[in-house]
Design a protein around this ligand. Sequence first.
Ligand code: NI
Length: 262
Amino acid sequence: MYGKITMAGLFDSHTHLTDEWMLEDIDGIISRIEESELEFVMNVGCDVQSSELAAEQAQKYDWCYASAGCHPHEVEEMDEGNLERIRELALRPKVMAIGEIGLDYYYENSPRELQQKWFRKQIRLAKEIGKPVIIHDREAHEDTMRILREEDAFSNGVLMHCYSGSAEMAKQYIKLGAMLSIPGTITYKNNRRQKEVVETIPLKYLMIETDAPYLTPVPFRGKRNEPSYVKYTAEKVAEIAGTDYETVVKITNENARRFFGI
Ligand code: NI
């Protein structure tokens, strides 16, 4: 039905093919993925419903893998039944991680205590089933780090998605064994903080991502993002790290495959 992409290529470590905005043009987005240099896409769940769809999409497309989890925005839907549902989904073929989970004190769509409770419970679930976690941390750097430490998450694999902390904290994270993922915002002019991270942290600890449909890189900033645009992030990372594009593609691909066990 869909041809397997055999050339080693880009790995978009974080995308949302389940998002309503993506579903509006899902056939176009999928054909552009298949025509691009992408080799793999990690299709990340945000709640039970999107995790289910992500797992289905992973069954349909060779290049697609999925994760299952409940985003801090959505934790008010969580209960023991839904946690059990996430466990079942996470054990399906091609579902490689628990995520995205974490804390969001910027939007604070749900109470902090509730975010923390389900963050912890989902880390424990990941450890029980032996899968890594994909972490969302927005304006909650200290609590995120503290809870990951307290729950001893690092031994199991931690990916800081859309890493937005300082270079100092990035050093602490990689020392603990975490990986960091760099989004399209690295292409924005005044993004000194993220540039410093890429300058400081060796490539072997980095992945690249779109977080599509959001965080669209230049030259498409302001439009809907999609996985095939991850190449603009790879180009920018190469420029900042002082290496070539092919090296960034190869190493971030190897990093993601090792981390997710693909
Ligand atoms: Ni995301």
